[in-house]
Design a protein around this ligand. Sequence first.
Ligand code: SAH
Length: 395
Amino acid sequence: MISVIIGVMKKLYVDHLAEKKIRRGIQLLDGRDFQNVTGSDELVNLHNSKGQFLGTAYLSNQNKGIGWFLSNQTLDLTKEYFVALFQQARQKRHSYEKSDLTSAYRVFNQDGDNFGGLTIDLYGDYALLSWYNPFVYNLSAVIVDAFQTVYPEIKGGYEKIRFKGLDYESAHLYGQESPDTFTILENGVRYSVFMNDGLMTGIFLDQHEVRDSLVNGLALGKTVLNMFSYTAAFSVAAAMGGASETTSVDLAKRSRELSQAHFDANGLPTDNHRFIVMDVFEYFKYAKRKDLKFDVIVIDPPSFARNKKQTFSVVKDYHKLIAQAVELLNPKGTIIASTNAANMTVEQFKKQLEKGFGSIKHSYIDLKQLPGDFATNPADVSSNYLKVYTIKVNQ
Ligand code: SAH
């Protein structure tokens, strides 16, 4: 790898492997393919070893990768460029936009919309822009300007900083400020959200379809256990879908009031709905002791967690959750097993599930991945990070 400065735009010569990935359509630049690159947070022209022009990319360090390929053309990142990108992305989401049942969804998703490092979500009248690296962050003024041109009806915007190095992670960005909390609609269910309190917002929008399945039949008449429940969004979806009881378990104290807020937003009494602040592994022990059983168990852990006693990583330990959950399941019960670990393939995830089930009979009903508004790059399976299996357990 050699880099040469020509005019203002740096020229980077990439090796054969990196060229192959780019030609296949992969946009994320892997640090291992660009080992001798110096400089960061700049636009570069990529060439292969023979000097042929491959396209424009930018370099900037983020959680995954060292930058993004943008186009096989030469580019200027002008307002017009982003307006065109946002318009194309908006057209793809037409069905979401015209729905009366859903007011929160993603309108721009990284490489799925041909610009990695940026996501934009709508929460009713407000937008949430997330910057995944310093290069995109430095472009925020032109991006916000373009966004406002394409979405003039959105009242105000907030930003989330998804890279290290700044002294804040959330801020108001433009226009009107939202109320501290307000409700959005998804599949006809209300959720209580907040725009400016840390990185989270009260709901993970990428799980629309899983909540939809709970609203529309899966939970009807069932008892539901929701593990790693955060604000209990799966539980409120299940309750709206006719679940007879839900139990939500999360370690974070705050989860209780946030969960209550989702139920209150729908006018649902919580007599049959419990919010338990506890480590999930402690809860598994407790429930076994009390001989508690459930018809549906939802498991949605963070990719990596640490408590006082142990660390948990989905790549290595997911099977333990399945093995424990099976013991609390009623005959012919259902497990919904979810992970958002991008470093795990569908096959690796299934292996973990198989290890957890052991000899217990089970059948896979379906696999849900990211919903349509979370457009992915079909050339790069890692962009479709969400994996949610619905499994019937025939014990
Ligand atoms: N299922 C949720 C999202 C889960 S986010 C939803 O649909 O909205 C992950 C959650 O796991 C966080 O709220 C965190 O507090 C919780 N958590 C992490 N480790 C935990 C543990 N050992 N026991 C219980 N909860 C845990």
